[in-house]
Design a protein around this ligand. Structure first.
Ligand SMILES: [Zn+2]
Length: 237
């Protein structure tokens, strides 16, 4: 099945396993300075959060799905892109994964791309699966170089210059393997996150390591205990 008609709003809630975003900015460096606000007390607040935070949270908690192109009202709007920009996204994702520690989590991440086709009946939308391997290369000559991880790339100009469509990205992050040693991932900012309800909570690894060290135990072997400590830690902060 490469096509589907979906009823809107989506029957999915933002929760521990699901998140909606209306952008595809993976890393902090891809966000412009204007995407932050100064509060009355002078502190700077980001108005847009990089997706790497949520990917990190899903990796460290129980996996999940990120829907890029769905707004807060659970409506599939899609994100306007040229086909070259789709390639840019995959390049960016690989680049982001390489910045994760302790190693790239790419094998736990799967991305589906669906073209969003509006219907006369606004309570529905048509989705068509995009198979990147089967696309005609002549349709969209790949740029020799994408400037991934930065605020701007030449392909972004195509939004005004080339054919664009609306796309929904579903980024699936697999849950940790319960039989393998626990790995706590840090994103490109060197921060570890855990998913708590529909938000991402920062975990302070140094504190966790100290806690584990005091017990004179091996950090990676304490799957359940580590999780328990993390949960406890988050609750008290
Ligand atoms: Zn690009």
């Amino acid at each position: 099945m490469n096509k589907a008609i979906v009823k809107l709003p989506l029957a999915i809630e933002e929760d521990v396993h699901n998140e909606f975003r209306m952008h595809t900015k993976l890393m902090l460096t891809e966000l412009g300075k204007f995407q932050s606000k100064q509060d009355k007390d002078g502190s700077i607040r980001r108005t847009l959060q990089p997706i790497s935070k949520t990917i990190c949270s899903f990796l460290n908690t129980d996996g999940g799905r990120l829907f890029l192109g769905v707004n807060d009202d659970k409506i599939i709007k899609g994100i306007t892109m040229s086909k070259n920009m789709l390639y840019h996204f995959f390049g960016s994702l690989r680049h982001m994964c390489e910045k994760f520690k302790p190693f790239s989590p790419i094998s736990r991440i799967k991305v589906s791309i669906l073209e969003v086709i509006p219907m006369d009946d606004k309570t529905k939308v048509k989705l068509k699966k995009v198979d990147m391997d089967k696309e005609e290369v002549t349709d969209f000559p790949k740029l020799a170089n994408h400037s991934v991880g930065g605020f701007f790339c030449d392909c972004f100009k195509e939004i005004n210059q080339a054919a664009t469509k609306q796309y929904l990205f579903i980024v699936q992050v697999a849950a940790p393997d319960p039989n393998a040693a626990t790995v706590i991932y840090q994103n490109e900012e060197g921060l570890a996150y855990r998913r708590r309800l529909a938000s991402n909570k920062c975990v302070y690894l140094d504190d966790l390591r100290r806690m584990m060290h005091e017990r004179n135990r091996l950090f990676v072997d304490l799957h359940d205990e580590v999780r328990h400590e993390i949960d406890r830690f988050i609750k008290f902060h």
